[in-house]
Structures are given as C-alpha cells and as structure tokens.
Design a protein around this ligand. Structure first.
Ligand code: IMP
Ligand code: MG
Length: 179
C-alpha cells in the first residue's frame, strides 16, 4: 500500500472508492436525465471526490466550489458554520448538485443548503462520499451516499486532521498512537 501512515488504518481502499464513485455517477445520471447541472464541491475536503465524480458524470455540468468551515482544530466541530468562499456564478433557476466529503453532525450541509436556497435555484441534490449517521445533530436529506460508516474519525481522499492526511489515496481510520 502506498503512503502508509502509522496511525491510519485503511478502511476504504483506492479501488473500493473508485468503484463506488462510478456507481454514484451512474445513479446521478439516471436521476438527472438531460438536466444541466451545476456541481458545487465543498472545499477542501471534497476535492478528490469532486474531481473523480465529475469526470465520471456523463452529463452537461458546470463546476463550482464553495468553502464552508465548521471545524476548529482537532476532531470536534465548532457547530458554527461560515461560508468563507462563495461560488462565482448565478445558480438562480439552475439545478444544483452539492458534493461533500463527509456528513457528520449535518450542520455544514444544512448551512450550505440554506445558503444555496437563498439564491433561488430550481433544485438542489446532495451527495456525500461518506456518511456518519450516528453523529447527526440536525436532520438533513442526503440524496446520494457513497459509504455509511461507524463513528470513527477518518482521514484521506481529501479528509484531514488539522490539515494533514488529505493526500492519502484511500480513506482510513485515524487513531492516536499511545507513545
Ligand atoms: P458536520 O458539519 O459535523 O456534518 O461536519 C462536516 C465536515 O466536518 C465535513 O465536511 C468534514 O470536513 C469534517 N469532518 C467530519 N467528520 C470528519 C472525519 O471523520 N474526518 C475528517 N473530517 C471530518
Ligand atoms: Mg468537508
């Protein structure tokens, strides 16, 4: 395995992720038909998932990014979500797909949904690669879910701990070393 890290145990391999991303793309295509989509990725966590998913989607898409921040440092969400970078086009009357790395308490996705609905899009669909439903604090509908996992802190394939481990090509469970 490339990029082994001592305190990260592989949960979802590169191959498993790539197969699932292809399946999600087929599912989204089937639902969206000929609709044009504005696909909005949430930075930075969704960067690799977004890049892989959009390249697999056989639809007319426009790509955009927004940045929402909820986490201070470490593994606990601050609960307050700020949109720190907004998209650069109008989504009024358009069909939007939000692409997120992981839904945990649900607060980030909920805040992003509220933000985007304020621009009057025609529709918003939501897609996350990883879902941790046992941690949910606010209810939020997710249309497409790659993997549902237990309450573990995961890193890799875009997801970080204090800015590190995003570059791992797999998703792994982070555990603190005892020494
Ligand atoms: P939420 O607002 O609690 O749903 O958190 C969503 C955001 O927190 C995600 O977009 C991630 O950036 C981050 N996050 C939540 N759980 C994890 C995790 O297990 N590993 C890395 N980042 C996480
Ligand atoms: Mg994120």
């Amino acid at each position: 395995m490339v990029k082994n890290r001592q305190n990260v145990k592989v949960l979802l391999s590169e191959k498993v992720i790539s197969n699932r991303v292809k399946e999600l793309a087929r599912q989204i295509e089937a639902d969206c038909g000929n609709v044009e989509l504005i696909v909005i990725g949430l930075l930075k966590g969704a960067c690799y998932f977004f890049a892989d998913l959009t390249r697999k989607l056989d639809l007319n898409v426009q790509i955009e990014f927004i940045k929402a921040s909820s986490y201070g440092s470490g593994q606990v969400s601050s609960g307050t979500v700020a949109i720190t970078q907004d998209m650069s086009c109008s989504i009024s009357g358009k069909n939007v797909l939000i692409v997120e790395d992981i839904v945990d308490t649900g607060q980030t996705l909920k805040a992003v949904l509220n933000h985007l609905w304020s621009f009057s899009p025609a529709s918003i669909r939501t897609c996350t690669l990883v879902d941790k439903p046992s941690r949910r604090k606010v209810s939020v509908d997710v249309d497409y879910i790659g993997f549902t996992i237990e309450d573990n802190f995961v890193v890799g394939y875009g997801m970080d701990l204090d800015g590190m481990y995003r570059d791992l090509p797999y998703i792994g469970i982070y555990s603190k070393l005892n020494n």
